[in-house]
Design a protein around this ligand. Structure first.
Ligand code: F6R
Length: 262
């Protein structure tokens, strides 16, 4: 079962995830991070940027490497909502990462055909992802693995659902400008990361979180694939946790974790 942490605020969640990353980087200065975009991970990057500036606890992120989960297809190069641009603006710059060490699917200049295989090869050459930050969509997607995605899927082209396009329309001038296709790491790719940290906030995410954490493992709710992974931390606010049957137990387990787990 995933470790589920129920917090009061997204900022608190960001602080916990940032601490996981800080500890990883202290142990492995060239750690490989898996990077999610969207609104959910923003408190993680904010907390990590603050943590990196704390003179009392030095943290050097210069050698950290990164692989984004996904990228839209069909946006003009340099579009402000391309995930390459979003990752540069929201992650690389505030954290002071080396942009040459941070990759987004399809940004290697090659054709879309074969981009998934090339991305998989790049992740493998980097030694795999140490810690994967994940959000979850209302369809239950992680990455852009929409319902029906194979639990063994690898990086490939996917078609977004109308629900996901509508949810992401807030980032575009008009809903029609949200791309219909993307390149996304597969569920099998995500499961290869050594630690999964899935965050979710707000009531709209409660059904997806309940299904991912406690529902049957099914391609119909792709986030449920996390149940196949041995090291998962799910960090949610009260609203996103509201559909979890065992939330009292998760609180008890977190409050009573042993000294070596803290
Ligand atoms: C983003 C990604 C998606 C988002 C999900 C939630 O790279 O892979 O799975 O994490 O769509 O998006 P937000 O956080 O904007 O609600």
């Amino acid at each position: 079962m995933a470790e589920v942490v129920i917090v009061g605020t997204p900022a608190e969640a960001g602080g916990i995830a940032a601490e996981f990353i800080a500890r990883l980087v202290a142990r492995k200065p060239d750690a490989v991070l898996g990077l999610a975009t969207g609104s959910t991970p923003l408190p993680v990057w904010t907390a990590l940027a603050e943590r990196a500036k704390d003179p009392a606890r030095p943290l050097d992120l210069e050698r950290v490497r990164g692989f984004a989960l996904d990228e839209y297809l069909g946006l003009p190069a340099g579009h402000s909502q391309s995930y390459r641009a979003v990752i540069d603006r929201e992650v690389v710059e505030p954290l002071g990462l080396d942009p040459a060490l941070v990759h987004v699917p399809g940004d290697d200049g090659g054709p879309v055909e074969g981009a998934g295989e090339r991305y998989e090869a790049a992740i493998a050459a980097a030694g795999g992802v140490d810690l994967q930050v994940l959000g979850i969509g209302r369809t239950g997607h992680i990455g852009f693995n929409e319902p029906g995605s194979s639990l063994a899927s690898r990086t490939r082209v996917k078609t977004l659902t109308e629900q996901t396009r509508a949810d992401n329309a807030r980032f575009f001038p008009t809903p029609g400008e949200v791309p219909t296709h993307c390149l996304t790491q597969g569920l099998g790719t995500i499961l290869d990361a050594r630690h999964l940290v899935l965050l979710a906030f707000g009531e709209a995410k409660a059904p997806a979180i309940a299904g991912a954490v406690e529902g049957p493992v099914s391609a119909s709710l792709p986030g449920s694939a996390i149940q196949l992974h041995p090291q998962v931390t799910v960090i949610v606010d009260e609203a996103a946790a509201s559909g979890l049957a065992y939330r009292d137990y998760y609180r008890f387990a977190w409050d009573n974790r042993l000294a070596f787990e803290r």
